[in-house]
Design a protein around this ligand. Sequence first.
Ligand code: 5RP
Length: 239
Amino acid sequence: MGKWKLRPEKVSWREEAKKRVALEAVKHLQDDFIVGLGSGSTAAHVIQEIGRQILKAGLRVLGVPTSSQAMMLAVRSGIPLTTLDEYPSLDLAIDGADQIDKKLDMIKGGGGAMTREKIVASAAKQFIIVADETKLVDKLGTNCRVPVEVLPFALATATASIKELGGKPLLRESGRKVGAVVTDNGNYIVDIDFGPMKDTEELNRRLKLIPGVVETGLFIKMADIVYLGKPDGIIRLER
Ligand code: 5RP
């Protein structure tokens, strides 16, 4: 086979949609902004686009990464980084999501980064979510587990308490290494099946009261704007 491919590789509409919403979200950036950099495949497009804007248009921003993935990609993309210690208040954070409902509440943590993602989002004056439209659901928890980050010391006790709340917990196992996934904070992740959830705010409160639960993937009343990519455009939702 020569170097020419007979058929160009087909890029899925979801991948195109993710890129489109990433470009839209990056338009919110202004010079001298301190921006939270999210994790996951859609946030990766955001990070790469910020890098391009720095290179091509001389955009002047500093980034605060939410994970080692975001940190490494930001470095490769040429985004100068800072920390919450230096800037406890951010102008903007942009991140992805696993499920979003019409109130703009969300499940996050598919990539296991929800603790830092939530800290960074809560420090930001504006929180923008980018995703493809398949993430929009009527009820959070429909075919999607809620990840919680748990201290290894508390795994058994926290798991028992999660069952008392009616959830079916599953320790997240690594695909590429034996044993449990260990987060950037040195903890485990328990993915909980609650089924479609009614009162996510109350559930979040109860989960956070369990000793050893560091953070949950329920992001309630946090997103300001959601950009959802469709096969043929973008939907903008606002809270
Ligand atoms: C990581 C996250 C991600 O933002 C979420 O999993 C969405 O990822 P993707 O854009 O790859 O679908 O919360 O912890």
